[in-house]
Design a protein around this ligand. Structure first.
Ligand SMILES: Nc1ncnc2c1ncn2[C@@H]1O[C@H](COP(=O)(O)OP(=O)(O)OP(=O)(O)O)[C@@H](O)[C@H]1O
Length: 204
């Protein structure tokens, strides 16, 4: 197993949003997270990416193995496309960016400042960053936002290649990407409302 979550409780603003989430993510597979807006998919992904600790439960296999693409593209706007990828590759002790440029058809834009890209081009560059990390577990939050149909195809192809190379992906998305793997509706883990606190009642 490449990643395992065992009875994870995750919080937002200190309040549990999902409780006792368990899943296994084997190599060469994607796990697609489903569920309505606000249920806690981003919170779960942030926890898997190590940006916040779980309240309870254990996560195995995530440390130093996750590359995370959040809602924001996380680009440096004054650096060019190639410089952004090189910067990101070096953070992970690597230097190869050509396959990432090619996979997302960014070659012709490589000398353009990231701040001068369209929203969809920025998203392609944000996703291309995952490829230069060399990390086996891609964690992706709504990766296809701003992408046109062709770019969704490029993204799906990049994920398929990553899985074929032994990687895995955990993806929150509302669209069908046609990947090998399972879907997990996290609504079943919705946290129970907190018990009423007597202290609060004094002031209500
Ligand atoms: N900074 C915050 N402080 C407190 N609560 C927050 C904060 N950010 C989000 N929340 C709440 O946490 C809950 C879970 O949000 P989360 O972003 O994880 O949901 P989601 O399933 O990813 O939603 P969406 O599909 O809309 O992206 C929501 O009810 C949201 O209102």
């Amino acid at each position: 197993m490449i990643l395992q979550a065992d009875t994870l409780t995750v919080t937002r603003g200190g309040i549990p949003v999902l409780e006792e989430v368990s899943f296994d993510l084997p190599p060469e597979r994607a796990l697609v997270l489903r569920g309505p807006n606000g249920i806690g998919k981003t919170t779960l992904l942030r926890t898997v990416a190590g940006l916040q600790p779980p309240l309870k439960g254990t996560l195995t296999g995530a440390e130093d193995r996750v590359a995370y693409a959040a809602h924001a593209d996380g680009l440096k706007s004054t650096l060019t496309v190639a410089e952004n990828l090189t910067f990101w590759a070096r953070v992970f002790g690597r230097d190869e960016i050509a396959p990432a440029l090619s996979a997302y058809e960014l070659d012709a834009l490589q000398t353009r400042a990231a701040g001068q890209l369209s929203a969809g081009q920025k998203r392609r560059l944000g996703l291309a960053r995952l490829m230069v990390t060399g990390r086996p577990v891609w964690v992706l939050d709504e990766p296809t936002v701003s992408l046109d149909r062709d770019a969704v195809g490029l993204f799906a192809a990049a994920v398929r290649a990553h899985l074929a190379a032994g990687g895995a992906a955990l993806i929150a998305t509302h669209i069908d990407l046609g990947l090998d793997g399972d879907a997990l509706d996290v609504s079943q883990f919705r946290a129970r409302p907190q018990a009423h606190d007597d202290f609060d009642e004094v002031f209500l």
